[in-house]
Design a protein around this ligand. Structure first.
Ligand SMILES: Nc1ncnc2c1ncn2[C@@H]1O[C@H](COP(=O)(O)OP(=O)(O)OP(=O)(O)O)[C@@H](O)[C@H]1O
Ligand SMILES: [Mg+2]
Ligand SMILES: [Mg+2]
Length: 527
């Protein structure tokens, strides 16, 4: 085998070049050229249930273009900075396969819906090794998916399910601009997030809603196309394997024989194997489809679609990490990105809108004195944590705990009218009551709840008590080394130990901030 046990490495003398072809199923209501339901997964147990005469290619049936797919394609094209083709066209790509009943696939070859775009990757957003990397987009084309073949073990017959036949796809083709693995991985993630953000596809690799083919070459030898890459780790491992394989061929001096013409290889899970050479592929005999008129787009149409596109993830992220939000990139990503495991308790949009509204209300009240960490921490960590624990969806919470209400709660914390510990208890209590569907809480009144549960921090009651309590803790602790380490700044964190003791002694009624301040004052800490 070519796969070495040592970690993968790109060698400077063997320059990697990759280009991607990504097929994405659109989530339109109907199929691309018929009125059968577009639902290739739901009906997995009832094959051939969403099949019209056209999908099965009965003679005499004709295609009718689903404009929803065209709109989706335009949205994605605009998000990828492509030039929209106001006069595009469908072509027939001929090849024979059982799950392709027409005998050709309707695609766009001569005149695709858009071309000449780019998607930029950034170091801080996409975790690549340079500050910015632009990946050129050659084109986007609208096309049909094929049916599915299931091979019987005996190999005597093949079962064919046409539920997927004629499902709308967008094939997006990049330039061979990728020069390392991180760029490929980030691009796929970013593209996946983009189609989810635009709500045009689930973008799932596992179900095949998104399918990635990788083209790879080294130095200036011919490209090899890699297919059957069902998930990100297959994509990454196949590239690693194929790179090593080609390096080996070049080192052995056999490149002029073996890497001169493009070939298509399949990933088996451990290695790549040759499917066919591109030269011997059948001639597709592309032909403009005479049954489908050209797609002519008015400028108005493009403008309207453009106006309907939500703010794109990169723009949202850069807004959130700047004033007044000042979020960390990590927190901003939690609010914006759709690519990391969906949470069942909220949609990305719900969470993001909730945060933005809470922030606005809070900011309106406290102005420039804001603590930008308060809204985000209390939403991402506490609120979401509690929702997960209670298995309570955010949408059920919103009618009772609106963003305005939640911001009142944040303001109480901001003003230290309640300690963090008490605030956690209070929030959990409120959420729990919402879950129990307690009708007594028609309107949440945080002030009276604080009153009722006696959650007012003692700090407000008397400063003397606080100082006294801290002094007692220090005396009783009788640990000179610890105190000296704190005072000298050698172990600043040890002050948290004292704070902890203070919290316990006051049963959580004192805020950690006020305790820390008081301890520092007593110990005359200079840092
Ligand atoms: N030298 C190269 N090294 C790596 N990738 C390349 C190279 N040249 C072209 N590519 C990539 O190969 C891909 C070609 O895709 P395209 O859809 O245009 O043609 P195809 O693969 O021949 O057609 P099909 O859609 O039938 O698979 C693009 O992603 C492009 O970036
Ligand atoms: Mg290809
Ligand atoms: Mg292609």
């Amino acid at each position: 085998g070519f796969q070495s046990k040592s970690p993968f490495q790109l060698l400077p003398d063997f320059r990697l070049k990759c280009g991607l072809e990504i097929h994405t199923q659109l989530n339109t209501k109907f199929k691309l050229f018929s009125f059968s339901t577009n639902d290739p997964f739901h009906s997995i147990d009832s094959p051939n249930s969403n099949v019209s005469f056209f999908d099965a290619a009965l003679p005499g049936t004709q295609p009718i273009l689903n404009y929803e797919a065209v709109i989706d394609a335009i949205k994605l094209s605009l998000a990828l900075n492509c030039d929209i083709n106001a006069n595009s066209q469908f072509d027939r790509k001929h090849y024979f396969y059982g799950d392709q009943p027409l005998g050709y696939q309707i695609t766009q070859h001569y005149s695709p819906i858009s071309s000449n775009g780019k998607l930029s990757l950034f170091e801080n957003i996409d975790n690549i090794d340079q500050s910015q990397k632009d990946i050129g987009i050659i084109q986007l084309q609208i096309e049909q998916d094929t049916g599915k073949s299931m091979y019987d073990d005996s190999k005597h017959f093949t079962r064919i399910d046409l539920n997927r036949s004629n499902v709308p796809l967008i094939e997006m083709v990049t330039k061979p601009d990728f020069t390392d693995l991180k760029q490929v991985r980030s691009f796929i993630k970013k593209y996946q997030n983009l189609v989810r953000h635009l709500k045009i596809s689930s973008g799932d690799l596992e179900t095949g809603a998104m399918r990635v083919d990788v083209n790879l070459s080294i130095n200036d030898y011919a490209r090899v196309e890699l297919k059957n890459l069902p998930n990100t780790s297959s994509i990454v491992n196949a590239i690693k394997y194929e790179y090593n394989r080609q390096v080996e061929i070049i080192k052995n001096g056999s490149a002029d024989e073996l890497l001169t013409s493009p070939e298509t290889r399949s990933w088996t899970g451990v290695k790549t194997v040759k499917l066919r050479s591109k030269e011997t592929t059948i001639d597709y005999r592309y032909l403009p489809d005479p049954e489908l008129p050209r797609v002519i787009l008015d400028n108005d149409v493009i403008t309207n679609i453009s106006n309907s596109i939500p703010t794109l993830p990169d723009e949202l992220l850069s807004r959130l990490i700047s004033k007044p939000y000042n979020l960390s990139m990590k927190d901003a990503k939690i609010l914006v990105l759709n690519s990391n495991g969906q949470n069942e308790m909220y949609t990305q949009e719900e969470l993001q809108n909730f945060y933005l509204k809470v922030f606005d209300c809070y900011y309106n009240v406290v102005g420039e004195k804001l603590n930008h960490k308060l809204p985000v921490n209390w939403i991402i960590h506490e609120l979401i944590g509690s929702l997960n624990k209670l298995e309570l969806p955010l949408s059920k919470v919103l009618p009772k705990l609106s963003p305005e209400k939640f911001s009142e709660f944040i303001v109480l914390i901001h003003n230290k009218e309640i300690s963090n510990t008490s605030a956690k208890l209070l929030l959990f209590h409120v959420l729990n009551q919402i879950k129990e569907n307690d009708h007594s809480i028609r309107e949440i009144n945080f002030d009276s709840l604080i009153e009722e549960f006696e959650l007012k921090p003692a700090t407000n009651a008397s400063k003397v008590d606080l100082t006294e309590l801290c002094q007692t803790i220090i005396t009783e602790l009788n640990n000179e080394k610890l105190l000296n380490d704190i005072i000298s700044g050698k172990k600043k964190n040890s002050i948290q130990y004292l704070v902890g003791l203070g919290m316990r002694a006051s049963q959580g009624t004192l805020s950690p901030q006020s305790l820390e301040e008081t301890f520092k004052k007593i110990l005359q800490v200079k840092w």
